[in-house]
Design a binder for this molecule. Sequence first.
Ligand SMILES: NS(=O)(=O)c1c(F)c(F)c(SCCc2ccc(C(=O)O)cc2)c(F)c1NC1CCCCCCC1
Ligand SMILES: [Zn+2]
Length: 248
Amino acid sequence: VPDREHWGVDYLDCGGNVQSPINIDTAKTIFSPQLRPIQLSGYSLPANEKLRLRNNGHTVLLELPESLAITGGYAQQYRAVQLHLHWGSLSGPGSEHTVDGRRFAAEIHVVHYNTKYDTFKEAMVHPDGLAVLGAFLEVGPRENPYYQEILEHLHKIQEEGEEVLVSGFNIAGLLPTNLKLYFHYNGSLTTPPCYQTVKWTVFNQTMMLSHEQVCQSSDLRNDDNKPLQNNFRMVQDMHGRRVLASFQ
Ligand SMILES: NS(=O)(=O)c1c(F)c(F)c(SCCc2ccc(C(=O)O)cc2)c(F)c1NC1CCCCCCC1
Ligand SMILES: [Zn+2]
């Protein structure tokens, strides 16, 4: 099938056996003291740097400059591509990964590509091509100022395809302060083409947002003018994979 050669990797990876998201069964994780703290560099952006925030009909995504890099915790260097969110609805939570069967209110993914490849498109078809940093979002008593930098613009991009420019801020504020405690496993993109080329990091520490903030994502609509919600994929079978933990 010509398409198959064209894509280089089996395009129908969505049915493969290295898929994401997964349920993290903490009783079966392997404590791996060799897992070093994740180190981020260039994540603090000046306000005069403008970032494109877009409603793509599936999620809200923030394009990131390649100046943001993962410089520790992975064997190779990875540079940022974009970040986006997964959330639920009034009827329930919407994280993609679950922990001991628990689904969290929402989940952020910061997508990076391995800089040994020239471009993101080239990297995303190689097994060590992508690194996604994931963190769970929970409802807490206070508004989260870092998430407000993104959420305060959602009312301007309610329709699919709309986008707005957001002023730079410290993107690291969207991730936990403790980058030492995390789960690590090999998986995939959670949307077609589902390439099995992601080295996942899911942080143990969660992010606290106000109830209003967590509900704000459902102001977004897709092309059928339907509310954009429950944009999470079902958890996938491990097929013998093990999840490593940087902590006991
Ligand atoms: N969890 S995830 O990382 O797999 C993921 C999702 F689950 C996602 F649902 C998404 S959004 C759906 C794919 C998509 C659609 C339109 C556009 C656009 O108009 O630019 C972009 C992407 C989404 F964008 C991503 N991240 C993308 C994976 C899609 C293809 C490569 C782009 C970078 C990472
Ligand atoms: Zn995602």
